[in-house]
Ligand binder design. Structure first.
Ligand code: BDR
Ligand code: CA
Length: 321
């Protein structure tokens, strides 16, 4: 059983990922840590508590960062993607439960220190909480079993960024934090747009989830109406990529992905702000920006059909009550 901390800016696609983690038979979600991103920290934390309460999820919720560590690309929250409330503006029943008293970064450090080498972190928002945890505990890279990040884009198969030609939203929202995390030596796999833009949901797939996955399928269906409308406006077709759940798919079935290894740096200034750049030159470069840095594991190919099947099977086998 994998012990997992879910770090999230929940978020329409984050909510689906959280439900997959909850229902996956090989996963024990031990905590949910929240960050600003798709909405304010107050809204993402409320959304985590809402999903926790509605689905009887036992993992405690810890609120984390409410602003970026360094210069972000753009400002404000993407309410045109996730709605003003972050969950596609569906009516949200105000949770009767609360977040824990200690902040997310401290909670991460305490949990990982208690169970060294045992805990995986799936981080699907800005990297700010993880970078804050690294500042609190520089030994964190040797204590975490693995970090799986949904973020970035490397240009494999001609995939481009979603907030600039070279930048993806989670990394662009706090490039400095991402650079701190990716160069820290933590065993890290990056699940970027190169693979999440291969995992495409259409309206038939959404209907399938609604008809087979009970209340989870209904929540995914309801929240995604807003997400589909956004993607239809920009792409002209009623389809959208499934980002955050694809990082969960890597946790459960890494065999469905192909990866490359190398040091990853993030542009923290200038026109390429938020770009993730993988170094793959074994003999080194003329700049020490990559030379000698620890490698990350970067996904560049995925078995999309199997990943889509995994989501349906996991959600459909869950509690339908
Ligand atoms: C990422 O940005 C957010 O909008 C999504 O939740 C996902 O984590 C995709 O770029
Ligand atoms: Ca997210």
């Amino acid at each position: 059983m994998k012990q997992v901390i879910f770090d999230t800016d929940i978020g329409i696609d984050d909510a689906m990922a959280m439900l997959i983690l909850h229902y996956a038979p090989t996963v024990n979600m031990i905590a949910i840590t929240t960050c600003f991103g798709n909405a304010s920290l107050a809204n993402t934390t409320r959304n985590a508590l809402f999903v926790k309460e509605q689905f009887g999820i036992s993992a405690p919720v810890y609120a984390g960062a409410n602003e970026s560590m360094g210069e972000p690309l753009g400002e404000g929250f993407p309410d045109f993607v996730h709605g003003k409330n972050g969950l596609g503006d569906i009516p949200i029943i105000e949770p009767t439960i609360q977040a824990e008293a200690i902040p997310a970064a401290q909670a991460i450090v305490e949990m990982v220190t208690k169970q060294p080498g045992e805990i995986s972190i799936v981080a699907v928002g800005r990297m700010t909480n993880i970078a804050d945890a690294l500042i609190l505990c520089p030994e964190l890279p040797s204590l975490v079993k693995e970090l799986i990040v949904m973020g970035g884009v490397f240009g494999f198969r001609e995939h481009q960024g979603n907030v600039s030609p070279v930048a993806e939203a989670n990394i662009a929202g706090d490039p400095t934090a991402a650079d701190v995390v990716f160069t820290s030596g933590m065993p890290t796999t990056i699940v970027g747009l190169d693979v999440t833009h291969e995992i495409i949901m259409d309206t038939d797939y959404l209907e399938l989830l609604r008809s087979t996955a009970g209340r989870a399928g209904q929540l995914i269906y309801d929240t995604n109406q807003f997400y589909f409308a956004f993607h239809e406006r920009i792409n002209g077709s009623a389809t959208c990529p499934i980002h955050d759940s694809t990082a969960v798919a890597y946790l459960i079935r890494p065999d469905l992905f192909t990866t490359k290894q190398g040091p990853v740096r993030v542009a923290t200034k200038g026109v390429a702000l938020g770009q993730t750049i993988l170094g793959q030159e074994p003999n080194g470069y003329a700049t020490d920006a990559w030379n000698g840095l620890p490698a990350c594991n970067v996904c560049y190919e995925v078995n999309a059909k199997e990943v889509l099947t995994l989501f349906v099977e996991t959600l459909s086998a869950g509690d339908k009550g």
